[in-house]
Design a protein. Sequence first.
Length: 187
Amino acid sequence: MSRKGVSVTLHPAGEPLPELSAGDVILTHSRNWVGWLIRFGQALRFRGDRRVYANWNHACLAVSPSVVVEALSHGVVLSPISKYEQTEFALVRTPLSAEDQEQMVQFAAAVVRERTKYGYFEIASLALSLLWPFKRKLRFLNIATIICSGLVAEIRVRGWDIFPEAPIFMEPAGLAEHYDARGLGAP
């Protein structure tokens, strides 16, 4: 679903990095086994024409021109965007007011300050929701943890984004679909 004012730029690995604006969403495609497993799980849900969104397996959000906030296995941290220089990614930009950007940056800083842990419980919930008897009817979480795409969606809510499901449960493919960020080589 395309949204007014949304700009998606695809960056193949090795291209020069753009300068970021607070609130920009970065969707990445890694080639390690964890990335493959995430994409495989998403492809079970995102089928047919929607499968192009399952190309992305990680999400982070810009908080300054060169820094992103992201949820990694060791928790929510600030990272330099330069770590993604050799990674395929999509940059999603939306029109934001200075107040919205500041609100998102402040919320991200609070999550980092709280030393929020990674949401392994949420990953288990997402995995169970793929199984036939559960089919997204059973969701559980630990309120003190978060996954990468849930973090991005929760921050973007502070910029007035409205998502079709609870932001905390968003997957990278769900963010990609929301912003119509198809993978490289997709139609």
